[in-house]
Design a protein around this ligand. Structure first.
Ligand code: ATP
Ligand code: MG
Length: 384
């Protein structure tokens, strides 16, 4: 007798010629998520199984629930096929709902009893060993599955645990997440990873205006994302000189929007250097002055060649906070360290910035050399 985990994935996305690419990426992601536990992953007859679970079953399940592309899983008991073995196991099943039915699948046609008849027999065994439950063949709350396989093994499972859904990480390409220390950007990264987009992170750091603790907080947020994006890089960009230059030479009310355009330009350059195909931000319409339509328009115009994904654009803050709590980033995000956006913050930032005024301000700066210098001094931190 052995416990195995049976995994289900979203068939709907797997039609057509991309199927094997999706499946092999999914299997690779599952393997890397459970590798540290010594578990093994195998695929047979269109199903994925995790075996060699030893004593880590709870932790393995927790990991698998975060693998995008998986819809649900069941812990199955695998036994050698025989009527008496199956019957003994059915005697131990404890139904936790008030109705159930048994569904037998007999891939092994040598098994001597017909599926429906065997389901009824085993239903009787389960009824004898559970009080206050009844059989409902039309709409049961629990389905006890008995899968009699061709290889002499039978799987029995009856509880479904839901998983994250989405698409296997990496199947939609790879982007670059602008990761601040706030609540929104980690959630934005999570949302895109769920659509299959892997990513690296980029953070703009203005030491000494922003502290070492602020940087450590971002590093720890990047770590909090590892169950979803596994192994990724965090690019930390020294941003102090750029902010000082903007503060010294440019209009005060345009400070924030100029800062945001520098971030976008640098992020695009880094993306192109490392073959990353899109930028991701946690921007959210009308949340702050830098997120009005006019501000987003001019921020967007700083990026020339790749799309900017803003998955949170239409979310309420309460909804974003709910996701942040679910994915485990919230507690870190609310630590009180400052972000570089709050350095030299003007009293009244412009809410309807004009591109001609922006360009006039940028002409006062040596934009290209400031960007080159920042990029040349990036620190790359590998997050595992
Ligand atoms: P967040 O909660 O993610 O910090 P926010 O509501 O504070 O977002 P802004 O400060 O306007 O909004 O930032 C909008 C987006 O710009 C962030 O979601 C993030 O993607 C990016 N961003 C802001 N500051 C930084 C930074 N220091 N480094 C990297 N990206 C940043
Ligand atoms: Mg912020």
């Amino acid at each position: 007798m052995e416990q195995v985990i049976l995994l289900r994935y979203g068939e709907i996305f797997l039609k057509g010629k991309n199927r094997s690419f999706f499946e092999s990426t999914l299997v690779k992601n599952i393997k890397s998520s459970v590798a540290q536990f010594g578990a093994e992953v195998s695929k047979s007859a269109g199903r994925i199984y995790v075996t060699k679970l030893s004593n880590n079953i709870e932790q393995i399940i927790e990991r698998l629930q975060k693998v995008f592309g998986l819809v649900s899983l069941s812990v199955a008991t695998q036994i050698d096929t025989s009527i008496s073995n199956i019957e003994e196991l059915c005697k131990t099943i404890k139904i936790k709902t008030s109705t159930f039915k048994v569904v037998t699948k007999r891939a092994d046609k040598k098994f001597p009893i017909q599926s429906d008849k065997f389901s009824a027999m085993m239903g009787g065994v389960i009824l004898d060993n559970n009080s206050n439950v009844s059989v409902d063949v039309v709409n049961p709350q629990t389905i006890v599955n008995i899968d009699i396989r061709e290889n002499g093994k039978t799987f029995i499972y009856y509880e479904k645990i839901s998983c994250a859904g989405g698409l296997p990480l990496g199947t939609a390409g790879k982007g670059l997440l602008l990761l601040s220390g706030g609540i929104d950007s980690p959630v934005a990264g999570y949302m895109m990873a769920k659509r299959g987009l892997a990513f690296d992170c980029i953070h703009f750091h203005s030491f000494p205006y922003t502290s070492q603790q602020a940087k450590d907080k971002v590093i720890s947020l990047a770590h909090k994302l590892t169950p979803y994006v596994h192994n990724h890089n965090l690019f930390v960009v020294p941003f102090t000189k750029i902010q000082e230059n903007i503060h010294k030479y440019c209009d005060d009310d345009y400070m924030v929007i100029l800062v945001r355009r520098f971030m976008m330009k640098i992020a695009e350059r880094v993306a192109q250097k490392y073959n990353l195909q899109a930028l991701i931000t946690g921007e959210n319409l009308a949340q702050v002055a830098s997120q009005t339509i006019q501000s987003i328009t001019v921020t967007n115009q700083a990026v020339e060649n790749i799309p900017v994904f803003r998955p949170l654009i239409a979310f309420d803050k309460i909804e974003i906070m709910g996701i942040a709590k679910n994915i485990g980033t919230y507690e870190t995000s609310i630590l009180p360290y400052e972000d570089c956006c709050s350095v030299f913050l003007p009293d009244s930032p412009v809410t309807k910035p004009k591109l001609d005024k922006i360009l006039k301000n940028e002409n006062k700066l040596n934009v290209d050399s400031l960007i080159d210098e920042a990029i040349n001094n990036i620190e790359i931190i590998n997050i595992k």
